[in-house]
Design a protein around this ligand. Structure first.
Ligand SMILES: Nc1ncnc2c1ncn2[C@@H]1O[C@H](COP(=O)(O)OP(=O)(O)OP(=O)(O)O)[C@@H](O)[C@H]1O
Ligand SMILES: [Mg+2]
Length: 254
């Protein structure tokens, strides 16, 4: 199954250039420059309030930026209208809370986007959804409602729902932080598989196991800035900045 529908050029899929973001007077992103290549998995870590969610949210324009540019697949982020809707379906996003529609079955949650936005017929959408639900290990739950599933299962449905839109890029913002410990791995395993299949991913997580297994690069943020960028082994074993050293020492002793 192909989920990573991108044209095969050498240009980065995501380019953030000199990006600034203010919330009122508060400077939340400071001179952020980050390129994400096709098929690359970038893990973003950093202390609470450092701007990780803001960074993610600017990439699919859930947040506007105050200065700089963001391009996806060579195109500047659209401001509004049909182009913005298209962008949103090209960029899947999975949050800490699963946000499934409570009144729709699991299957209906996954087929909604493909039928409404991508224009698939019901039978095609059902087939695609079942394929994805099986792949994330919840095929047998398709007729149930979200409340009847565990948190880990709901989060895997949320991933399947994003994938049903055939995104070029997937953003994950602490997808496992609301889960009980025994459910974290089932979600991370799904994400590792996705990474191995070549999906381009930006993942905010403190799960170092995931970063070590799947990340090509780790981006460390503090106070709205990208402080350090390195391969995962290098970053975790030999962080360069004091802020990264301090952050990692706290993470390790938790
Ligand atoms: N809508 C908003 N209005 C005003 N300030 C905001 C808004 N969203 C975030 N902020 C502020 O911007 C900063 C960065 O927030 P952000 O949510 O991006 O941090 P984070 O790194 O994701 O933190 P966490 O690890 O706690 O999720 C914080 O100081 C936060 O209070
Ligand atoms: Mg956050």
């Amino acid at each position: 199954m192909t989920t990573n529908v991108t044209s095969d050029t050498g240009a980065p899929l995501v380019e953030m250039k000199d990006v600034e973001k203010y919330y009122g007077d508060f400077h939340a992103l400071k001179n952020v420059n980050l390129n994400v290549s096709r098929g690359e998995v970038v893990v973003v870590i950093g202390p609470s309030g450092s701007g990780k969610s803001t960074l993610c949210r600017t990439i699919n324009r859930l947040e506007t930026i105050s200065a700089g540019t963001i391009t996806i697949d060579g195109k500047k982020l659209p401001e509004e209208g049909a182009a913005l809707a298209r962008l949103r379906s090209d960029v899947g996003m999975v949050f800490q809370s699963f946000n499934l529609f409570a009144h729709l079955t699991i299957l209906e949650n996954v087929t909604l986007g493909p039928t409404k936005v991508r224009g698939l017929k019901k039978a095609e959408a059902d087939e695609l959804a079942m394929q994805l639900l099986k792949r994330v290990g919840v095929g047998h739950q398709a007729e149930k409602y979200p409340a009847q599933l565990s948190g880990g299962q709901q989060q895997r449905v949320a991933i399947a729902r994003s994938l049903a839109m055939k995104p070029k890029l997937m953003l994950f913002d602490e997808p496992t932080s609301a889960l009980d410990p025994e459910m974290i791995n089932e979600v991370l395993d799904t994400m590792v598989e996705l990474a191995q299949e070549g999906m381009t991913m930006v993942v905010v997580t403190h799960e170092m196991g995931f970063a070590r297994k799947a990340a090509h690069r780790v981006v460390f943020m503090a106070d709205g800035e990208i402080v350090e960028v390195a391969g995962p082994e290098e970053f975790f074993t030999n962080p360069q900045s004091d802020r990264a050293k301090d952050f990692l020492s706290k993470l390790l002793t938790q």
